[in-house]
Write a protein that binds this ligand. Structure first.
Ligand SMILES: Cc1cc2nc3c(=O)[nH]c(=O)nc-3n(C[C@H](O)[C@H](O)[C@H](O)COP(=O)(O)OP(=O)(O)OC[C@H]3O[C@@H](n4cnc5c(N)ncnc54)[C@H](O)[C@@H]3O)c2cc1C
Length: 392
């Protein structure tokens, strides 16, 4: 296989033939189609949209759904898919996470039959692109404070407000928008081109440069009443979508860590300093590699256990918090250690390391920051929520 696996404890032996096939198919595609273009795309700040139809062809969108002719993959196979995409680029994995976990999942789970029939096949085939609008300029970690509102008016809803940092925002045909209706958070489907709905791209991003991130604005934006997601009310609507996406990130981050580990290992074995010996012969360099492979291996086992629990229906949001928090942190540390190992070559885009290093900063912050997941775990073990301590 072109891209080497990172497998210290024979993790492969845990996988079924189908899971290996899914992983190897996505790995091969990333190797052949993504790696040759991603560095330049990131440099130019361009989302490689030309790859989207190929991802649809491979049935990467909504892959755990088993209706509408979709593959109904198990959760480990889905996770491995995310791992391989993020081994390529976190922005590419973000695109698939948003389309699948944040757009298809809520429409499939909370939408009407008409909404599902209309959007699930189109999103699966990438005839439509979706985005998920929860964060606002003033409300990130605390989305319950959102100011975007919906008002019922005859057979329409009228939306007013703004969303910020929305992946795929400007290229989306449909936005899943969370807004307060008479004080309760509800989900709405807003189509591109609707009067009163506009998007603006966030410029100047140093991270996830091969991904589109946008603001969404709603000014007396009138949508048909049937565009509400009728199956859910309250913050649990968006949070249940985030649980799906965070699950995928727990696996995806391992892909980023594997890419930077592999780059560091290859470099350490070939780079010579001091009497023509490879830098891999130095204890300090080996210590870094040993740390990386140990943490990646622990992260794989965490993700694997989570997949089993998700299949069995016993996975809870605080379990996902542990895996997202840990595995993204591991990827962030691996990127730093790999960058150090590459010396000056660690800061140029001839190698993938700095791109991963920059990307993982966004992944560390989005879908619940590292701090917020710490607090979720803290609440799970103590029973005491510590998100918003009262002011003196
Ligand atoms: C590239 C990118 C893509 C994104 N895509 C999407 C998307 O598609 N859809 C979407 O809705 N959002 C998206 N986001 C937004 C993302 O989810 C938010 O940025 C994230 O939730 C953090 O919110 P914030 O940036 O407002 O930070 P803040 O909430 O202001 O946090 C700032 C700092 O304060 C800390 N903090 C906050 N509250 C607490 C607390 N109670 N205790 C301790 N520390 C705390 C945080 O951990 C952080 O370190 C994206 C963000 C980025 C960067």
């Amino acid at each position: 296989m072109a891209t080497p696996g990172v497998d210290y404890l024979d993790f492969d032996s845990l996988l079924s033939e189908e899971q290996r096939l899914v992983r190897d198919t996505v790995r091969g595609w990333v190797e052949e189609r993504v790696l040759p273009v991603i560095e330049e795309a990131a440099w130019e700040g361009r989302f490689p949209r030309e790859l989207v139809p190929e991802m649809a062809e491979m049935q990467l969108f909504g892959a755990t759904i088993s209706e509408y002719g979709l593959p109904g993959l198990d959760n480990a196979a889905y996770g491995l898919m995310m791992q391989e995409l993020e081994r390529g680029d976190s922005g590419l994995r973000s695109f698939v996470s948003v389309q699948s976990a944040l757009v298809m999942y809520p429409i499939f789970t909370f939408g009407s039959k008409e909404q599902k029939d209309r959007w699930i096949p189109a999103l699966a085939k990438a005839q439509a692109i979706g985005c998920f609008g929860l964060t606002e300029p003033d409300f990130g970690s605390n989305p319950g404070g959102m100011r975007t509102v919906a008002r019922k008016n005859g057979d329409s809803y009228v939306l007013n407000g703004a969303k910020a940092w929305i992946t795929n925002g400007s290229i989306a045909d449909v936005a899943v928008v969370w807004a307060k209706l008479e004080g309760t958070i509800r989900g709405f489907l807003v189509e591109k081109g609707t009067r009163g709905y506009s998007t603006f791209e966030h410029k100047g991003k140093m991270s996830l440069r091969a991904s589109v991130t946008s603001q969404l604005a709603f000014e007396d934006c009138r949508i048909p009443a049937e565009n509400i997601l009728s199956g859910v009310q309250g913050l649990k609507g968006p949070l249940s979508c985030l649980t799906q996406a965070r699950y995928g990130i727990a696996w995806g981050a391992l892909g980023s860590a594997m890419a930077t580990y592999q780059a560091a290992l290859d470099y350490a074995k070939s780079r010579k300093q001091w009497r023509d010996r490879p830098i891999a012969s130095h204890q300090l360099v080996q210590e870094r590699l040993a740390w990386m492979i140990t943490e990646i291996t622990k992260g794989q086992l965490l993700a694997w256990r989570l997949a089993k629990m998700k299949d069995e229906g016993t996975m809870r949001p605080h379990h996902v918090s542990m895996a997202k928090r840990n595995n993204v942190w591991v990827a962030r540390e691996c990127a730093k250690l790999a960058r150090e190992t590459l010396g000056a070559n660690g800061v140029v885009n001839e190698y993938p390391v700095f791109r991963h290093l920059a990307n993982i900063e966004s992944v560390y912050t989005y879908e619940g920051t590292h701090d917020i997941h710490t607090l979720v775990i803290g609440e799970a073990v103590t029973g005491v929520p510590a998100y918003n301590p009262p002011m003196e």
